[in-house]
Design a protein around this ligand. Structure first.
Ligand code: ADP
Length: 304
């Protein structure tokens, strides 16, 4: 099996239910506190390992209790965490989340150590990148680091998958060019272009390609996913019909599952079908990492 390296963020999420988010100067009571591992990079590494991939995570944590917990959590899922950077200069990344009565979130993100995933660190990890086959990126670490690491990965002939979230307008052209597959959801593709939702998907795909993107895989929630190949091919895979409970982490688990299937030398359409099953199973349960099925569960579900 081919090896996967995920280069990205690790966060500890602190979530609490409240009646309403506190206003300036206000103290409120909350309940049902939850401490859960997160960060898009860590979520994808966790999911890929749980789905049977051979995964190494590159990223940074602080020299603190939460960093240790995040590392242990990934290690327990089977992810190699030996090369994470441990920094004394920043705390582990965190997200402070209030969820109000209407299920609306307010979130404060403390990037912390994630900001320290820098070019010298990537340079010290080139042997790890050389030794893998597929590299997955998101955008919760500095974008110049992502662009640099993607360039180096491409120089070594690796397959680069870019999950461009959180999306930002005007990504460096070289990053778009170095991604073999860029995988936005339907909102993210518009944000990448600085466009609003009056822009039709086909046109958005065309514009992203003009900016340098090669193969574009757009996920469409309950409407499935669509792959637009550089060679003009188009593949649509409908979503599996399920009752969605919590859509958090659907995209992360889709990206991870897609990469795991590619690492097993499956073709694009098979990888999309597998990823769709995993995405559907993920929305049937609450949480990001807690909702990710094992490989065995996915296979049993497919047979049912
Ligand atoms: P994101 O979490 O990035 O917004 P999407 O919501 O597009 O990503 O979900 C990723 C994939 O997960 C979809 O392409 C689909 O295959 C699956 N999925 C998401 N929501 C549902 C749903 N309600 N029912 C079935 N499958 C879903």
């Amino acid at each position: 099996m081919k090896k996967i390296v995920v280069i990205g963020s690790l966060n500890m999420d602190f979530a609490v239910n409240v009646k309403h988010a506190p206003k300036v100067g206000e103290t409120i009571l909350g309940d049902d506190f939850r401490l859960t591992p997160g960060g898009k990079g860590a979520n994808q590494a966790y999911a890929a390992a749980k789905l049977g991939g051979k995964v190494t995570m590159l990223g940074a944590i602080g020299d603190d209790t939460y960093g240790q917990m995040l590392m242990d959590n990934l290690r327990n899922a089977g992810v190699c965490v030996d090369y994470l950077k441990k920094t004394k200069d920043s705390s582990t990344g965190m997200a402070l989340i209030t969820v109000d009565e209407n299920s609306d979130n307010s979130i404060v993100v403390i990037q912390g150590a994630n900001k320290e995933v820098d070019i010298p660190y990537i340079d010290s990890m080139l042997d790890i990148i050389k030794d893998c086959d597929i590299v997955i990126f998101q955008l919760e670490i500095p974008v110049e680091t992502v662009a640099y690491a993607a360039r180096r990965a491409k120089e070594f002939g690796k397959t680069v998958i870019l999950d461009p979230a959180p999306a930002q307008c005007d990504l460096p052209q070289e990053l778009l060019e170095n991604a073999d597959v860029i995988k936005p959801n339907e909102n993210e593709i518009l944000t990448l272009l600085g466009a609003d939702d009056s822009l039709a998907l086909d046109n958005a795909v065309g514009l992203l390609r003009e900016k340098g993107a090669k193969n574009i895989l757009v996920t469409l929630g309950a409407d499935g996913s669509c792959y637009y190949g550089q060679d003009g091919s188009e593949i649509h895979v409908p979503a599996n019909k399920v009752k969605a409970v919590d859509t958090t982490g659907a995209g992360d688990s889709y990206t991870a599952a897609f990469a795991v299937n590619l690492s097993e030398k499956k073709d694009i359409k098979s990888a999309m079908k597998f990823a769709s099953r995993v995405g559907a199973m993920a929305v049937m349960k609450a949480g990001a990492q807690t909702s990710i099925p094992t490989r065995e569960e996915v296979e049993l579900w497919a047979e049912a």
